[in-house]
Design a protein around this ligand. Structure first.
Ligand SMILES: [Zn+2]
Length: 221
């Protein structure tokens, strides 16, 4: 059974005028979200902890590792962890009770840029029994990193990628098949995020090194 993410969109009170130049859009079949972040640095904070994962360090590292997957690909936007709990941040991340979600099959939800005060925020359904890395033991233990990479994609302004050739390789595919061990951006994810935030030129060797770290769970040793 695939388990799902829900990207929350409320059209009330927001301006949905198109703000993006659609020239050179990599995938014309995808209707891209019309907003992106216009500032150069985004702050984020994991505001509470899940009882499922043994240490605070593992949980904060899962968030850092997930932001890094996107950071390695883009040029015009940087992410900074805010440690002071009293300062406002752009992307607030919370573990929430299962009752806060529309259905128990939902792993997490995120808000797009341009949605007002909630823009970019991520809620993780703590009704699931989370594990920190990308290794999946069974259906009841979803791994935090790939789900966070997916949700951060929404926070940055990517909609789901479904029904197109190659979509299933995308981290932005709307459901998560536990057998797939999805831990990295697919080619379509990379093209789409670079269209929004510019292309960072890093060698394939460096990108593969960090993919390997995620896959092998070295970030949590
Ligand atoms: Zn999603």
């Amino acid at each position: 059974m695939p388990i799902r993410c829900s990207a929350s969109v409320s059209e009330k009170g927001f301006d949905f005028a198109t703000t993006e130049d659609t020239t050179g859009k990599p995938y014309p079949e995808l209707e891209e979200w019309p907003h992106k972040w216009e500032k150069p640095i985004l702050t984020y904070r994991l505001n509470n902890l899940s009882p499922d994962i043994q240490t605070e360090e593992h949980q904060t590292r899962a968030v850092t590792v997930s932001f890094r997957a996107w950071q390695l690909r883009i040029k015009n936007l940087r992410f900074t962890r805010e440690r002071n709990p009293d300062r406002p941040v752009d992307i607030d991340i919370w573990f929430r009770q299962q009752e806060d979600f529309a259905s128990q099959g939902i792993l997490a939800r995120a808000y797009y840029p341009g949605q007002g005060a909630v823009s970019g925020n991520i809620d993780i359904n703590d009704g699931w029994d989370w594990v920190s890395n990308v290794h999946v033991s069974d259906l009841g233990h979803p791994p935090l990193v790939p789900i966070l990479i997916h949700e951060i994609g929404h926070s940055l302004g990517l909609r789901h990628d479904t029904g197109n050739p190659g979509s299933q390789e995308s981290i932005m595919y709307p459901s998560f098949n536990l057998g797939a061990k999805k831990h990295k951006l697919g080619p379509r994810d990379v093209e789409r995020i670079q269209w929004k935030y510019g292309k960072r030129s890093l060698s394939d060797r460096i990108i593969r090194y960090f993919q390997e770290r995620r896959l092998k769970g070295w970030d949590f040793d």
